[in-house]
Design a protein around this ligand. Structure first.
Ligand code: SDX
Length: 376
């Protein structure tokens, strides 16, 4: 096999089809089941977007009401999950805690142990809705535990976004905060064969179970080159300190060949289609907060880095400061990404399971030549 046939990182390689989303770098667009993500972010509750990704159609009013009622009934955590949380060191990274809890949630599912149950679409739809409903309660409890606060039970009179903020902060959020949070979840929900989604598909392709696929996806998302970037953006902001420090900081960072978190993308090379929508949502919070320091730092770093390297921001760049302004701990940012992306991951798990195609690429050997054990 010649070197030219090796595509490191599978860059530019089309490995399968999907009907779930279309990422188009030429037109800088993203469609979820044919709908532009900007239109969904401007008009749909996150519950409707989850339904769309799983079922391929936006729900009717009746279907949405029925789905919302089911989702709200699935929000409360099993006491065994609180017991598990109590065994995990309080300074463990929230990504590791959430990964561990999702693994436990899989052990509660008795249908998993029924022969043939692990690939049944109807069962997987139920499992997907279960994780969708459980993750906000888990993430909110992890955030409060880090602060030495008791968890707050979910409320079934609040929609997904408002309840998530209620459980996290213990006060009813403003409509503006709810809308910004909702927009971020819609934008984070799905993005074709990104590293964590492809991980989930590889696991699903062996006819393993949906929970195992989501646990693997969480492991992939944690990396700063992928989902961990939204947390890393804020660590960079905290490191730089203020807008007038950006130039000197960039000089040093680029001299050290550091990757500047929140910038660049494997597919989009002229800007991430989701950034303008998230940027507008962030500015609502920046205006409301009056935090001109953060606004200046956010604008200056983007302007300086784009001018120097011609590499554009990705969704994690505006999302980081938005989550900071909403009040989340920095280490909770990527778990928020989990709560959103679990919809895309599970849609892909079901699509892959229906295709019955084991994912198993080839490798080109470049180790030592064959040799033999002396005397063997
Ligand atoms: C997400 O795939 C998805 O869709 C992911 C995602 C989703 O919704 O699922 O969109 C979410 O993961 C967004 C990306 C978040 N990650 C970051 O913000 C981390 C910083 N970004 C980079 O690590 C990088 O841009 C990647 C990993 C995102 C993409 O890298 P590629 O496509 O492998 O490109 P590359 O690393 O080969 O970069 C090409 C050149 C290199 O320079 P040279 O070595 O050729 O001289 O551009 C440089 C890179 O060094 N470069 C950067 C850079 N991004 C690219 N240099 C500094 N800082 C950066 N951020």
């Amino acid at each position: 096999m010649t070197d030219t046939e090796i595509k490191k990182g599978l860059a530019g390689v089309v490995v399968d089809t999907t009907a779930i989303s279309k990422v188009n770098p030429e037109s800088n667009s993203l469609l979820y089941r044919g709908y532009p993500v900007q239109e969904l972010a401007a008009s749909q509750p996150f519950e409707a977007v989850a339904y769309l990704l799983w079922h391929g159609e936006l729900p009717t009013a009746e279907q949405l009401a029925s789905f919302e009622a089911m989702e709200r009934s699935l929000r409360s955590l099993d006491p065994r999950t609180f017991a598990l949380l109590d065994t995990i060191p309080s300074d463990a990274h929230p990504m590791d805690i959430v990964r561990t809890v999702v693994s436990q949630l899989g052990t509660f599912d008795e249908t998993l142990h029924r022969p043939g149950g692990w690939t049944d679409r109807e069962l997987d739809l139920g499992r997907s809705a279960y994780l969708f409903a459980q993750l906000p309660t888990v993430v909110a409890a992890v955030q409060r535990r880090r602060r030495g606060q008791e968890p707050i039970p979910p409320r079934d009179d609040l929609d997904y976004a408002r309840n998530f903020l209620w459980m996290t902060f213990g006060e009813l959020p403003s409509d503006a905060a709810v809308d910004v949070f909702r927009v971020s979840m819609v934008l984070y929900a799905e993005h074709s064969f990104n590293a964590s989604t492809f991980t989930a598909r590889v696991i699903a392709s062996t006819t393993s179970d949906l929970y195992s696929a989501v646990v693997g996806a969480i492991g992939a998302l944690k990396g700063p080159l992928h989902g961990g970037a939204n947390e890393a953006v804020m660590h960079i902001f905290d490191e730089i300190g203020s807008a007038d420090e950006v130039g000197a900081w960039l000089d040093r960072a680029l001299a050290e060949k550091r990757k500047i978190m929140g910038f660049g993308h494997r597919v989009y090379k002229h800007g991430d289609s989701r950034v303008p929508t998230m940027d507008r949502a962030l500015r609502v919070l920046l205006d409301e907060s009056g935090d001109t320091g953060l606004a200046g730092l956010y604008e200056t770093l983007e302007r300086e880095f784009v001018a120097r390297k011609g590499i554009y921001p990705n969704l994690d760049y505006p999302s980081g400061p938005a989550y900071r302004l909403l009040g989340f701990d920095t280490e909770i940012f990527t778990p928020l990404f989990i709560a959103a992306r679990v919809t895309g991951w599970t849609a892909h798990v079901m699509e892959q399971a229906a295709s019955n195609a084991l994912i198993r690429p080839l490798s080109a050997y470049d180790g030592v030549d064959e040799r033999h054990v002396p005397g063997a």
